[in-house]
Design a protein around this ligand. Structure first.
Ligand SMILES: C[S@@+](CC[C@H](N)C(=O)[O-])C[C@H]1O[C@@H](n2cnc3c(N)ncnc32)[C@H](O)[C@@H]1O
Ligand code: SF4
Ligand code: SF4
Length: 362
């Protein structure tokens, strides 16, 4: 606890340096660490280095989607929310709390952080905050990313009471015009006003948490607005993180429409049309450190698999415990496949969603 006090950070950050991110990271790890979590983390990291197929450890970060329903229509998110009327479609819905609580009860003592969002807007579902509370009561840090368009003062107070550690607000523009080019259906002024109100309530309640950051997705039309976005975030008393848009890189029209012209700002190699650094990947850390839980209890290896087709799930928490899924044939097959890229093309593993992964195989 003394170390945690020593590392205590200013309530808000004006800009987000690497040093600050590291400090926050260590502060969170120290705050939530227990011997069981630390031992598990070391096991996972050792398994990852060995590229093991059967793991002794359990994931120490979870990404959990409380809902995949959304009030926006961002064009390159969840395949633009296409109708889920095909065979094997997951459909749209909200997670039952009992799935969430059961998972926390089962493996929460090994988990450092839950990122409580997937392909939807967390705050349109009132039970999202109950989930935050349940996780924080179990000594797990929780982070949420939101478009922050639907929240009123009651929800804001709920957020501040919930114990949420990190709130990230997606703002991909500096005015209504640039904002709604991607965040279709969004109201720029409303987000700014909501942030101002949130900051006021937070101050009044004398709360240190959640940390507040903006997130700016770099695209063709807004790449030159990065500094203005940072200045706006400073004005609002929060940090600003940048991230690169992900698209179907083989799709010419998506490349033309969304990719920044400056290759250094994106995540793709323009010549090979593959993600940067793909040739050096030896395995995929998602299969060791993290798991993605869809709103219906479906367990996917990650959120790179965003087609809404649930037939590639590795299991379902309505039918199995997490431990039963974590080392089942789907997981073992995927880890084996990725640790030996050459295995691709053989019969083995070719039905796994990981065999079709553009992040890994291009
Ligand atoms: C899918 S959203 C869900 C949470 C919430 N609805 C929001 O927009 O913040 C999670 C994150 O994905 C980001 N995102 C959306 N489309 C993306 C894309 N094509 N490539 C990379 N990130 C994307 C959003 O900016 C957001 O930070
Ligand atoms: S607001 Fe978030 S979940 Fe909704 S469409 Fe946009 S990126 Fe996707
Ligand atoms: S689909 Fe790709 S990113 Fe996801 S776990 Fe498999 S290899 Fe990793």
């Amino acid at each position: 606890m003394a170390i945690q006090k020593l590392l205590r950070l200013p309530v808000e950050t004006m800009g987000l340096s690497k040093a600050l991110r590291l400090k926050r990271y260590f502060q969170s790890v120290i705050h939530h660490s227990t011997p069981a979590k630390l031992t598990n983390l070391l096991r996972v990291e050792s398994d990852l280095r060995k590229r093991a197929s059967h793991l002794k450890g359990l994931p120490y970060v979870l990404k959990i989607e409380s809902t995949n329903i959304c009030n926006f229509r961002c064009p390159v998110c969840y395949e633009s929310r296409k109708a889920h009327d095909f065979e094997g479609a997951r459909g749209y819905g909200k997670m039952d709390n009992t799935i969430f609580n059961r998972l926390v009860d089962e493996i929460g003592k090994y988990v450092y952080r839950i990122n409580l969002y997937g392909f939807g807007e967390p705050f349109i579902y009132e039970k999202t905050l109950e989930m935050v509370r349940y996780a924080t009561d179990n000594n797990i840090a929780v982070g949420i990313t939101t478009n922050f368009n639907t929240v009123d003062e009651g929800v804001m107070e709920g957020i501040l009471h919930s114990g949420l550690e990190h709130l990230i607000i997606s703002i991909n523009g500096i005015d209504q015009d640039s904002y709604e080019k991607y965040q279709v259906g969004g109201d720029f002024e409303k987000v700014l006003n909501n942030i101002r109100t949130f900051q006021k309530i937070k101050k009044k309640m004398k709360k240190d948490f959640p940390y507040l950051d903006g997130q700016f997705l770099i695209m063709k039309h807004n790449a030159q607005m990065r500094d203005q976005a940072k200045a706006l975030a400073n004005e609002l008393g929060m940090g600003m993180r940048y991230s690169c848009i992900g698209i179907d890189i083989k799709d010419h029209s998506q490349r033309e429409r969304w990719l920044p012209e400056d290759e250094s700002l994106g995540q793709y190699n323009f010549k090979t049309l593959t993600p940067k650094g793909i040739e050096n990947l030896k395995t995929c850390s998602w299969l060791y450190r993290t798991a993605f839980i869809n709103w219906d209890g479906g367990v996917s290896p990650c959120c790179n698999y965003y087609t809404g087709d649930k037939t590639g799930d590795f299991g379902n928490l309505n039918k199995q415990s997490f431990r039963e899924i974590w080392n089942n044939p789907s997981y073992v097959e995927a880890r084996t496949l990725l640790s030996k890229k050459g295995a691709l093309g053989n019969e083995y593993g070719r039905n796994s969603v990981c065999a079709r992964c553009d992040k890994f195989f291009g």
